[in-house]
Design a protein around this ligand. Structure first.
Ligand SMILES: [Fe+2]
Length: 247
């Protein structure tokens, strides 16, 4: 599925893949810098998260989570930030760390100690450009760690090209951590760190967009150059993210 050569610059849609063994997953991860795992999380667990996020949201503002994101993204961004912060710290969301830690050790084939760098819930409201990032490497945000690995999965709705799913320049993890970057301070203190030679890199590497159905799990190397895209749909693109470092 990953073999077809694509036209340069034109993103190629990548569907999830069913892995029967960790050795194939490991070799794909080494080769591409990412794996898009079919049924990486059980749909039952996703439902559990949705139920809890709705409960938190109803308690907080009387609306279910998706509706609350749509309203608060227009009316009160600080409240939206607080709501996402609360859901991302729900016990069920945090407990996924156990599963991801054991996956990480199998994917990297290393038993080295792992460090939790945090869990996040991205709300991805329709037509919102505020949280759309330019191409960047996560590793440039976690410079104290040699290796970081990231877990990314949709909750409530599938993530696809229409609603602004994450895209990446495949195999750019092999460039290691890029030192020459352009820094731009964005709203709310977000710092965008984009490689200076990004236009050349876009020409040199395959641009892929990750089509993620509920239950799919994208795992990627912190050195993989990636970005989020604009949500052009009328649904929220809600994403759970777990970041980890391995010593
Ligand atoms: Fe990122």
């Amino acid at each position: 599925m990953y073999k077809n050569k694509v036209m340069k610059n034109k993103p190629k849609i990548v569907l999830s893949k069913k892995y029967n063994s960790y050795s194939i997953m490991n070799s794909d991860f080494q080769k591409y810098g990412w794996v898009n795992i079919k049924n990486g999380i059980s749909k039952t667990y996703i439902k559990k998260l949705e139920k809890e996020f709705n409960e938190i949201s109803l308690n907080f503002c009387g609306q279910n989570f998706e509706k609350a994101i749509k309203i608060l993204s227009k009316k009160d961004k600080d409240k939206l930030y607080f709501l996402c912060n609360t859901t991302q710290n729900s016990t069920s969301h945090i407990l996924l760390i156990n599963k991801f830690e054991s996956m990480l050790k199998k994917i990297t084939r290393k038993k080295n100690l792992t460090i939790n760098l945090g869990q996040f819930v991205l709300p991805g409201p329709p037509a919102d450009k505020r949280l759309v990032y330019n191409f960047h490497q996560e590793s440039n945000y976690y410079k104290d760690f040699k290796k970081t690995i990231h877990f990314h999965f949709p909750i409530f709705n599938n993530a696809n090209i229409k609603n602004g799913a994450m895209s990446a320049l495949s195999k750019t993890h092999k460039l290691n951590r890029i030192e020459k970057n352009e820094f731009k301070k964005r709203k709310k203190g977000f710092l965008s760190i984009t490689p200076k030679n990004i236009n050349q890199l876009i020409k040199d590497f395959d641009h892929v967009v990750f089509d993620l159905k509920l239950g799919d799990l994208l795992v990627f190397d912190g050195n993989l150059i990636h970005k989020s895209n604009s949500n052009l749909s009328n649904k929220c693109r809600i994403i759970g993210i777990h970041r980890m470092a391995q010593l």
